[in-house]
Design a protein around this ligand. Structure first.
Ligand code: NDP
Length: 285
């Protein structure tokens, strides 16, 4: 396994700064073998953090991962997410156990509340802590929470044990840099960036067509998509989880992990895609 840049979680655990997203994977039987091979190649290259959710394909993403990781569990950091309406009481236990079964494992490394719902944080935190006690998860975190949501979470008993917040973040969507990211830094909570490639043009136009991105890519002799990833993980508390469903893509992504942008290159990208200097609502998909 190659060694790639890491991020330290609040409990001291090291995880790779680049992982593998899996939304929409497992949906198409004809692509199953290619997707499995891709995930396995990513693991071989050090992308050992794999992100999924009970929501993805109604469990199909977790089932696919389960097939891909047979015999590899010990190398991995598995992340799954619970629907907000399942994030408390018996439903939380049932959801977690169903995810474990689909993944073919007996514990998750990280279990996330997918987004804020109606169940009070107190109940979700209590349930997550009970899952830790039962050995079903190692730690828990949240996703799609803005700074006010995070403050609410940390105001409840045990809320400060939150290990990460997973939010949308890419070069074309930098709203979290205004308030959320500094707040999380202050509280020692790393960020997991989803859609780090802006879904390859589906979200924000084609970021890789931008002349600044192209120039930086040329200077490094790499593909512009790799610059998007290198930019995303330029700080030591951000983990990005690009989704790739071909070996060529996952190899390219893994190779982005150790690209270090110079100050001049960061400035160029900042000019092309400035971070807002005013509050903006949390971007979501
Ligand atoms: P990404 O920004 O990761 O983009 C995925 C797209 O980029 C796919 O079309 C993929 O194509 C393409 N791609 C991947 N690598 C390359 C490459 N090297 N060159 C060119 N194109 C490439 O979008 P996602 O929405 O998938 O986000 C990443 C992950 O984050 C998800 O899969 C999921 O795990 C998580 N997520 C979490 C959310 C939440 O609410 N917590 C919401 C959304 C995502 P191909 O598949 O053909 O390789």
């Amino acid at each position: 396994m190659s060694s790639i840049k890491t991020v330290t979680l609040p409990d001291g655990t090291l995880v790779p700064a680049l992982g593998q997203g899996t939304w929409y994977m497992g949906d198409d039987k004809h692509r199953e073998q290619e997707e499995i091979t891709t995930l396995q190649r990513g693991i071989e290259l050090g992308l050992t953090l794999i992100d999924t959710a009970e929501m993805y394909g109604n469990g199909r993403s977790e089932l696919l991962i389960g097939k891909a990781i047979k015999g590899l569990r010990d190398k991995l950091f598995l992340v799954s997410k619970v629907y907000p309406h399942n994030a408390g009481g018996r439903n939380l236990v049932n959801s977690c156990e169903a995810s474990l079964k689909r993944l073919g494992t007996d514990y998750l490394d990280l279990y996330l509340l997918h987004w804020r719902g109606q169940i009070p944080y107190e109940e979700t935190v209590r349930g997550m802590e009970a899952l830790i006690q039962a050995g079903k998860i190692k730690r828990w975190g949240v996703s799609n929470l803005d700074d006010e949501d995070m403050q609410d979470l940390l105001s409840v008993r045990g809320g400060s044990k939150c290990a990460v917040n997973q939010v949308l973040y890419h070069l074309g969507s930098r709203g979290i840099e205004y308030e959320l990211l500094p707040w999380q830094r202050q509280h020692g909570i790393p960020t997991m960036a989803y859609c780090p490639l802006a879904q390859a043009g589906a979200l924000q136009g084609d970021l890789t067509a931008d002349s600044a991105v192209k120039q930086v890519a040329q200077e490094h002799g790499v593909d512009p998509y790799q610059i998007l990833l290198a930019w995303c993980i330029r700080h030591d508390d951000i983990i990005a989880i690009p989704k790739a469903s071909s070996v060529a893509h996952v190899e390219s992504n893994a190779n982005a992990a150790n690209i270090v942008l110079t100050a001049a290159q960061r400035d160029l990208l900042d000019q092309a895609f400035p971070a807002p200097d005013y509050p903006v609502p949390l971007d979501i998909v």
